[in-house]
Design a protein around this ligand. Structure first.
Ligand SMILES: Nc1nc2c(ncn2[C@@H]2O[C@H](COP(=O)(O)OP(=O)(O)OP(=O)(O)O)[C@@H](O)[C@H]2O)c(=O)[nH]1
Ligand SMILES: [Mg+2]
Length: 204
């Protein structure tokens, strides 16, 4: 969905339709984030957690969780009346990771959600986007009772490069989620050498 520049245009501009992936470990708040910011009724593919989940999926800290995403979440948000972000949430359970390639195809960038109580759960997402060369930010979803750490400590614990933005967020609050998405878009634009400047027509 990241389209290239049109003919006769020198600068590479941010396309008006942008695909963004919301990734992270099991139960970290991906579906919540997509639902919080989507201006349309979000598409969800939730199924009840079954007994087969016991001993496989760690629900420590989210004990009231009764469903899980089995395919993807989908939502949409318009920014500055100009850009439409299409949000694709990944499934968190390891047995559905084969879906990630489909969900991530053509994305401008990704939000990797993290929970400091289970920080290692976001390693696979970090590895995945690093390997694909997809720009991403790490957003720590601040659950009540979770210990707070300096952003620098989290950056070190995840072994992130210095240029990967790390931020705190609350997946249930619209403004907090919007801020994460804006930071991601700015980071991804810089990473990909895109500009918002009006593109000048090329001289013949
Ligand atoms: N306290 C608190 N609870 C949250 C927050 N974000 C999500 N939750 C709750 O945490 C649980 C998990 O949220 P989901 O949005 O389903 O997580 P997910 O990452 O989509 O989960 P999977 O798709 O199963 O991997 C739900 O019960 C949410 O209500 C948060 O910021 N604070
Ligand atoms: Mg989900």
């Amino acid at each position: 969905m990241v389209s290239g520049p049109s003919r006769g245009v020198r600068a590479r501009r941010l396309p008006t339709a942008v695909k963004i992936v919301i990734a992270g470990g099991f139960g970290v708040g991906k579906t919540t984030m997509v639902g919080t910011v989507s201006e349309t009724r979000p598409l969800r593919t939730e199924e009840l957690l079954t007994d087969q989940s016991i001993g496989v999926d760690d629900i420590a800290g989210v004990e009231r969780k009764s469903t899980t995403t089995v395919a993807m979440d989908f939502g949409r948000i318009t920014m500055r009346d100009e850009y439409v972000l299409y949000l694709f949430g990944t499934p968190g359970q390891e047995r559905f990771w084969f879906m990630w390639d489909e969900v991530a195809l053509g994305a401008l960038g990704a939000v990797v959600l993290a929970d400091t109580r289970r920080l290692s759960d976001c390693f696979p997402s970090v590895d995945y986007f690093e390997r694909r060369g997809t720009p991403f930010v790490v957003a720590v979803n601040c659950f009540e009772g979770a210990q707070r750490y300096d952003l620098q400590e989290i950056q070190m614990a995840l072994n992130l490069g210095p240029k990967v933005p790390v931020m705190l967020c609350d997946a249930r609050r619209v403004e907090s989620c919007k801020k994460v998405l804006i930071d991601l878009v700015l980071h991804a634009m810089k990473f990909r050498g895109l500009t918002e400047e009006p593109a000048e027509p090329q001289k013949a």
